[in-house]
Design a protein around this ligand. Structure first.
Ligand SMILES: O=c1ccn([C@@H]2O[C@H](COP(=O)(O)O)[C@@H](O)[C@H]2O)c(=O)[nH]1
Length: 248
């Protein structure tokens, strides 16, 4: 792995509520990390226009993380319109089932072909990184260990033709065991050594170094950068921690 590819594989989550703030973050961080994640907060208010503005500000790859979850027809139609915005990657919930995931993938592929653009990667959320073992079993009523459940959802996503899954760093080796090394793992819940995470909602977390050592394909990191007084410096610190773990 070379440092250039690391720079591309770390997605900075733009969880902010104004377009000015989002653009400022991209301008500050993009010389260091060039991939960004847009979620509900930004997209629900500003729509596809914000994606164009982020690209103009320096975002080279955009991961649109809306975690679609509905009946197959509804999700597929939504995914098709989102494809038109030229994003690099998008998310659905694996709990929508194989029929939903297969229908989405077909819709995205057809739309991308019609637009003459590359097909965005579609990845499925297995279990949110804010969910712990107790919550999985007692609140959600899903039996079994977190790793078994995540493995099962990853297998289902792969059988449905998806490009990868979102999971915590801990589950990455087990996903690779059942799905192989080419199946993409996208890992949020990244907490670098410099970040004080007390009171945070994340439950299944890892440092950038741990995530890479476990074989994570892409990392997603938001608050440790956004809450820093100097976004660029924080991005550099994250990259430095990653480089330590990447066996360069
Ligand atoms: O299981 C998941 C799926 C998505 N996310 C998203 O990643 C970022 C993480 O932000 P932090 O501030 O670094 O916690 C956020 O946008 C989530 O929506 C996730 O955390 N877990």
């Amino acid at each position: 792995m070379n440092p250039a590819s690391l720079k591309e594989r770390i997605y900075v989550a733009l969880d902010v509520n104004t377009r000015e703030r989002a653009l400022e973050v991209v301008r500050a961080v993009s010389p260091v990390l060039s991939s960004f994640k847009v979620g509900m907060e930004l997209f629900y208010f500003f729509g596809p226009d914000i994606l164009r503005e982020l690209r103009a500000a320096g975002a080279q790859r955009i991961f649109l993380d809306l975690k679609l979850h509905d009946i197959p027809n509804t999700v597929a139609r939504a995914a098709a319109v989102l494809t038109r915005s030229g994003v690099d990657m998008m998310t659905v919930h694996a709990s929508g089932g194989s029929r939903m995931m297969e229908t989405v993938l077909r819709a995205v592929a057809d739309q991308a072909a019609a637009e003459g653009i590359p097909r965005p990667r579609v990845v499925a959320v297995t279990q949110l990184t804010s969910t712990d073992q107790k919550m999985l079993n007692e609140e959600l009523g899903i039996p079994g260990s977190m790793t078994e459940v995540v493995q099962q959802y990853a297998r289902l996503a792969q059988q449905s033709g998806l490009d990868g899954v979102v999971a915590s760093a801990e589950e990455v080796p087990l996903i690779r065991e059942v799905c192989g090394p080419d199946f993409l793992t996208v890992v949020p819940g990244i907490r670098p050594a410099f970040y004080q995470a007390e009171g945070d909602d994340q439950r299944r977390v890892a440092t950038p170094r741990e995530a890479l050592e476990r074989g994570a394909g892409c990392l997603v990191i938001g608050r440790p950068i956004l809450r820093s007084p100097d976004w660029r410096e924080a991005a550099e610190a994250v990259l430095a921690e990653c480089a330590e773990g990447s066996r360069l």
